[in-house]
Every structure is written in C-alpha cells, then in structure tokens.
Design a binder for this molecule. Sequence first.
Ligand SMILES: Cc1cc2nc3c(=O)[nH]c(=O)nc-3n(C[C@H](O)[C@H](O)[C@H](O)COP(=O)(O)OP(=O)(O)OC[C@H]3O[C@@H](n4cnc5c(N)ncnc54)[C@H](O)[C@@H]3O)c2cc1C
Length: 385
Amino acid sequence: MPDSSARHALVIGAGLAGAATCAALARRGWRLTLLDAATGPAQGASALPVGMLSPHVTRAPTPMSRLSALGVAATLDELQRRVPQGHGWRTCEVDNLGHHPGRWPAAMVRPAALVKAWLDESAQLGLLECRWQANVHKLLRQSGLWQALDTHGECLAQAPVVVVASAYGSHALLTGASSLVDGDALPLRPVKGQMSLGELHEAPWAARPQRDDGVFVPCYEDAGLAPQWPTRLWAMGSTYERGENSTHLSASAHERNAIGLESLCAPAAAALREAQAQGSLLGWAQVRCASQDRLPLVGAVPDGKTLEERMVQAGPRRGRMSLAETPRHDGLFMLSALGSRGIALAPWCASRLAATMEGEPTPDEQADLLRAIDPARFASKRARR
Ligand SMILES: Cc1cc2nc3c(=O)[nH]c(=O)nc-3n(C[C@H](O)[C@H](O)[C@H](O)COP(=O)(O)OP(=O)(O)OC[C@H]3O[C@@H](n4cnc5c(N)ncnc54)[C@H](O)[C@@H]3O)c2cc1C
C-alpha cells in the first residue's frame, strides 16, 4: 500500500469512469485532483438523459456477461445508497425480444446523477479538488511525479499517481504527445450513438422498456433532468456508428431508430416519425469509447518503450511474455473503453482498480476476469508475435 504522501492521484475525465474512480479512492483516503476539458462534470457520454442498467445475458458465461452481472449488482447498490429514486433513476423490468428472450430486472438511469453523487461524496470527505476547462494534452513524469500539461506545456496539476479516465480521449493522451504507449497496443475506437426522444403527453405506448437491436424506454420521469429535456419523456436508441467521432444529430440516425422501433412497438415508431415531420422530435448524440475486444481497460498502463527495448534485446528467440511480465509505467493507471455499458461497469471496475492500486491480492475467482480487462493485454499479445 502506498504511504500517505504518495496517496494523491490526478484523475483525468469527469464522467462515470472518473467519478467512480474518485469515490473508490476517496473511500480509501486518497487525495484527488480531477481534471476535465469540459466546464463541469458528466458532459461527455455520461450526459446521457436516460440509459438502461440491465444484465448482458448469454447462454454460456462470457467475460462480458460475468462482468455485467458483478457490475449490475455494484451499480444498483450505489444507486440505492446514494441517489433517491425519481431523481436520477427508477427500477423497472426490461423485455428482451431478440437473442435470449425473457423479462429481466433492470433500472432506467441518468448517469449524471450518479456522477454528482460520487463527486459530492468525495468532496464531503474533503479529498477532492476539481479543475474544469483543463484539457490535458500530455502526461510527463518528472522526479517521481506525473505532470498534466496543457497544449502550451503549462503544468495544470501534478501528483505521484494518474488515472486516465477520459474515454476515447485516453487514446490521444497516452499514444499522442505523451508517447507512453504504442497506438497498436491501445486499440480504442470511437462509436457514435444517437438517441431519439420526445415529451410524453399521453399514456405510455408500452408497459416497460423493450430491447432488441436498440432499447425503447416508453416512459421516464426524473425531477433532475437538465432543462433542455421534458421531465416526462420516451426514448429510443441508440445508433452504433463505428469509427464516428462526432456529436452532430442526423435525420438518418433518427430514421434508423424508427426502423429499430418498428419491431419493438409499432405505434411508438409511428409517433417518432410524426414528431420528426412536425419538428418536435428531440435527439442526443455522443461518442462511446470501445476497445477492439469490446471489454474495458482497467489497471496499470503498459510501458511501450521498455517493452520495445526488451523485444529488441530478446531478438527472434524471444519467448512468451505473460501479462504479469509486461512492463508498466510507475503510477500510471487507466479506466476506459466502457463502450455501451458504462452504467453497469463503472463502479465495479473503479473499486477493482482502487484495490489494484493499493496492491491488494485479486480474489482467485476474479483473476481471469481481471486479466481479460488488463490494459496491457494487447501489448503482451503483440510481444509474443
Ligand atoms: C447514445 C448513447 C446511449 C448509451 N446508452 C447506454 C445505456 O443504455 N446503458 C449504459 O450502461 N451505457 C450507455 N451508454 C454508454 C455510456 O454513456 C458510457 O459507457 C459512459 O458514459 C462512459 O463514461 P466515461 O466516463 O468513460 O466517458 P465520458 O462520460 O465520455 O467522460 C469522459 C470525459 O473525459 C473528458 N476528457 C477527454 N479527453 C480529455 C483530456 N485530454 N483532458 C481532460 N479531459 C478529457 C471529457 O471531457 C469527458 O468529460 C450510451 C452511450 C451513448 C453515446
């Protein structure tokens, strides 16, 4: 366990990943400096007006179905303890209509409410300082401290430890000016998503959320929704546009949502198209961050330069390099690539990350899962080729 002077971390990114990390570390007594390029918390993908917390059901267990089962339980516990129902979330059931059909317990969640609860908790412990409009361009390690530099090379903040939780921004930060990891060793992709939504004036078109290729939320009421949204709304989403890194709304994405909605609830699809024709349809688009294998990246960041040197030294006779042998940067961690499942994955991943940062042993039954989400998995595979 690091001594108290070393228990100060910069956390870069104030969405679900960064805020969950702050709460997990503050509970262990860490001092935190949270930096985000935006003017306040939850302004990236975590600004989602309403999303689903529901299990990822598969016939046989997969790393994602196991992660999602652990994650759903962890998030539900956080919601129940820290956010009053009706002010950021509501329990419900969801009908799975496509693969693995069935009805599952679920919750409709506005992620910004969780982000706020976690940051408030860390601030109440007197352990959090937030820096907004702090766009971190480069990370530099100097005399045992990590410095977060802006585009002019000015130091925004420094600490012995950094957690990069900046979603797709993590890629530019770690592989760009900082040159800490090779691009190939950190295969992150942007995936744009657009949700269609509208004010609900009448009775909902369905009794509960319906899921197939997308999810239809027939009615969500939340006293804390941002002023641009109605307090009682329906929503359908979301598109999955691989490689797209923009947040503009498009009519074609609304139409894709309408097509998805036809098989879930035909009257709602007709209402979506009518609202579009009348100009009353609302939309929200943001960018998810997904890894090549769709699993998150949680843990110590691999050290690209040292790895390259070891590969050159070993030459063509080099043997296998296990994950445990893959070199890492001292004090540099990440929690990123939450894809379409940030609500379910953020708190469980953040609490595992905090345990790893404090050198706690991994429970045996989770060891393979933690290897599956280790940020060095791609670097270690490349080293074996
Ligand atoms: C349309 C849509 C629908 C979705 N539906 C669901 C759903 O139903 N259920 C679900 O679980 N998930 C859903 N998601 C996914 C979920 O929103 C994300 O997984 C989650 O919000 C990601 O959280 P994050 O903290 O990793 O990223 P973000 O919330 O995007 O936060 C990243 C932060 O990093 C900051 N940043 C980036 N680069 C830098 C830098 N260089 N310096 C400083 N700050 C930086 C950004 O400003 C941003 O605030 C959906 C996403 C979309 C787009």
